[in-house]
Design a protein around this ligand. Structure first.
Ligand SMILES: N[C@@H](CCC(=O)N[C@@H](CS)C(=O)NCC(=O)O)C(=O)O
Length: 204
């Protein structure tokens, strides 16, 4: 299998952490791809028409798109129910938490594109502030839940939270999340003790 990948992508990091934790990393070849907004990449659009990464390319040429779906695929390959419970209330809690975290990442990524990539004269501050506010409210929500989360065996919501926090450090180092959310700070430090989390941290 091949994974389209960028070391800066929090979505690709989620898949990488999951693959390591599931013992499948040696079966995946990393394929570096650049998907800058505003820049066509015709070659990559043939793999993913929406030009998003990561994508898992199976040995038969089929693709599995979207980081959540890729982790679900890998989880099944590893026997099932490892990072996403197969049934029961916790399944829905974890899937729902993951959706919120995914939305936080989407908002943070849009903020990055709007405030750092988009030409200055075209920027819309109220829009990027609104997206930042969404991510920040998400932080506050998970600050209140992180102790209960951390008490569970590793799951995809914890991995996604790790990727949100690592992305905040990477792209918004002065936003002050560690001070505002000491519980999340402690959680991220603990997660960094895992080789999967440490090795996948975005470049300094
Ligand atoms: N829902 C997708 C989101 C993937 C995503 O937005 N990836 C970013 C890279 S971090 C991307 O491809 N951005 C390029 C673009 O949107 O133009 C997933 O979870 O895989």
């Amino acid at each position: 299998m091949k994974l389209t990948f960028s070391p800066a992508s929090p979505f690709a990091r989620k898949v990488r952490i999951a693959a390591i934790e599931l013992g499948l990393i040696d079966r995946i070849e990393f394929m570096p791809v650049t998907v800058a907004p505003g820049t066509p990449n015709e070659e990559y659009s043939k793999i993913h028409p929406l030009k998003k990464l990561p994508v898992l390319i199976l040995d038969n040429g089929e693709i599995v798109a979207d980081s959540y779906v890729i982790v679900e695929y890998l989880d099944e390959l590893a026997g099932g129910g490892r990072l996403i419970p197969a049934s029961g209330p916790l399944r829905w809690k974890i899937k729902s938490d993951h959706s919120l975290l995914q939305g936080m990442l989407d908002s943070m990524l849009l903020c990055r594109y709007e405030t750092m990539v988009r030409p200055k004269e075209l920027r819309w501050k109220a829009w990027s502030d609104d997206h930042w506010n969404r991510a920040w409210k998400g932080m506050a929500r998970f600050e209140g839940e992180v102790d209960a989360m951390a008490a569970r065996p590793l799951d995809i919501a914890q991995i996604a939270l790790t990727c949100v926090l690592g992305y905040a450090d990477f792209r918004f180092p002065d936003c002050g999340w560690r001070k505002a959310c000491p519980g999340l700070d402690a959680f991220y430090r603990k997660m960094l003790e895992r080789p999967s989390v440490k090795i996948s941290a975005p470049p300094a």
